[in-house]
Design a protein around this ligand. Sequence first.
Ligand code: 6OG
Length: 179
Amino acid sequence: MEGKRPERQATLCIVIDKEKKKILLGMKKRGFGVGKYNGFGGKVLPGETIEEAALREFQEESEINANLSDLKKVAEMDFFFPHKQDFDQTMHAFLVEKWDGEPKETEEMAFEWFDLDKIPYDKMWDDDKYWLPRVLNGKILKAKFVFKLEGNEHVNAQQEIKEVNSFQLSTKDEISKKM
Ligand code: 6OG
């Protein structure tokens, strides 16, 4: 997986209730990916580590509390949109299996719990069906997805996924170099 990586860094937290075998997804009411089910996340801001941004965005969007130590990084994915390069971004995905409180609908997100075997991939980003099942099976992944436009939809045109052993925590220095 060589080559230039996106400058923009984004996060995604995926909440799993292991006991009930359910996943919590939000329907995005505005912004990038509106109308799609997804986990919770957004852009990394200057001065934040990726993990800090992941926790902040998660709490802002879901109003659920979690601790940094309960975020487990499970994937790092580079998304490329050759037809709209402004959208290019690296997304850092985390699993959250321990949290406090109930999700509350916010201005940005409405919520739904889905059985793990009934994840609505047809209403999610086109890449999710490739990586999320593997992450839910305990794999840790590095991936690259290239999208193309079909009508109004960004569809996956090309992909590369590889398994890794783990990720190191990010540092502020490493991120500020990219901003
Ligand atoms: P704002 O820029 O609106 O946050 N995101 C994606 N998530 C998935 N599952 N697949 C993609 O494929 C995605 N591209 C972006 C990152 C955007 C949120 O959407 C995620 C952020 O959590 C292309 O603040």
